[in-house]
Design a protein around this ligand. Sequence first.
Ligand SMILES: CC(=O)SCCNC(=O)CCNC(=O)[C@H](O)C(C)(C)COP(=O)(O)OP(=O)(O)OC[C@H]1O[C@@H](n2cnc3c(N)ncnc32)[C@H](O)[C@@H]1OP(=O)(O)O
Ligand SMILES: O=C([O-])CC(=O)C(=O)O
Length: 373
Amino acid sequence: MATTTRGLEGVVASKTSISSIIDDQLTYVGYTIDDLAENASFEEVVYLLWNLKLPTQEELDEIKKELADNMEVPQAIYDHLKSYDLKAVHPMAALRTAVSLLGVYDEEADVMETEANRRKAIRIQAKIASIVTAFARIRKGLEPVKPKKDLGYAENFLYMLNGKEANEIEIEAINKALVLHADHELNASTFTARVCVATLSDIYSGITAAIGALKGPLHGGANENVMKMLLEIGEEDNAIPYIEKKFANKEKIMGMGHRVYQNGDPRAKHLREMSRQLTKLTGQEKWYNMSIKIEDYVKEKKGLPANVDFYSASVYHSLGIDYDLFTPIFAVSRTSGWLAHILEQYADNRLIRPRAEYIGPDTQQFVPISQRG
Ligand SMILES: CC(=O)SCCNC(=O)CCNC(=O)[C@H](O)C(C)(C)COP(=O)(O)OP(=O)(O)OC[C@H]1O[C@@H](n2cnc3c(N)ncnc32)[C@H](O)[C@@H]1OP(=O)(O)O
Ligand SMILES: O=C([O-])CC(=O)C(=O)O
């Protein structure tokens, strides 16, 4: 049997037309992330990932309308979210459970035809924003805010989160963050989604599994931990001694390092610049300054670059968002990529079933329980 590769590093496990990472350059369907971050709306990117082409104005208007029209969730989802232990439940656990529950209320959940899966993709992408924002409000004792049909995706997200329409700067920041996080080749959560649906399980199962994988701190969960670290550090002067202590304890610095990028994550520079601008605007420059110090120090001492999660922390914090909502926001965006990969997997499916190299004991004789020492 072939030898194992720890963590499947370097293993090419699938073909895809959705996104690629070549020589530290990220593209969605051939468009560079730099171009998309500067120019595209999130809805344009959703269309691109699902159709492998940029939309015409008419197509963009249509997908925007479909998303806005489908954002409301069944009352049962709100009731369920309200039933949790609101002080204890992490928003990612709430999201994972609520998306699974959403499948129970979708009559087409197990209909596997392509068009039905596309309709479900719209519904899931639309409703996931409502679930995240509803839970954020419910746990504060506030009523969920229903989406407005005339608002774009980023605008609606902020409207449902804050209960008031956002300003241009906030909308632009969230839109850009959603574009930057939308897809990333065969990352752990996308691979999870593909493995799940390759058994011909349904789309809700695939997204629920992917949310579970994104939640971990080595993946999407890192952004929340970056903010916790910055808050713990508190002041710029504490940053280097704090990191030195982490190194001495052989602890990882959240938001640093990446399996695929050797010379830096191309998304980080966009978030770094957003962090600079937003922290300046809100008079909270210390989070940006602290982040820069940490990034430079970790790069110098360990050669590790910042990843997408590092500066997204100070960006979301500047927008007044609670840190345990950072990973759910990542999930809202990445749902577009997960759905694209699920549709691609269904279109040319084969069960994903690798082998394991057995390293346990040689064949043993069964010993009756009365004779075991
Ligand atoms: C959206 C995303 O998912 S981006 C990634 C988000 N995750 C994080 O930011 C968590 C922190 N980073 C990490 O844990 C890692 O860099 C990962 C998981 C992202 C990728 O790492 P891998 O390719 O699996 O590398 P691995 O974890 O094996 O680390 C290799 C070496 O670099 C070190 N290293 C890697 N990342 C870090 C880090 N952030 N801080 C300190 N040391 C690190 C490891 O300790 C290890 O050192 P060793 O060889 O002396 O034992
Ligand atoms: O690709 C990865 O391993 C993790 C990552 O950056 C992402 O999912 O955006």
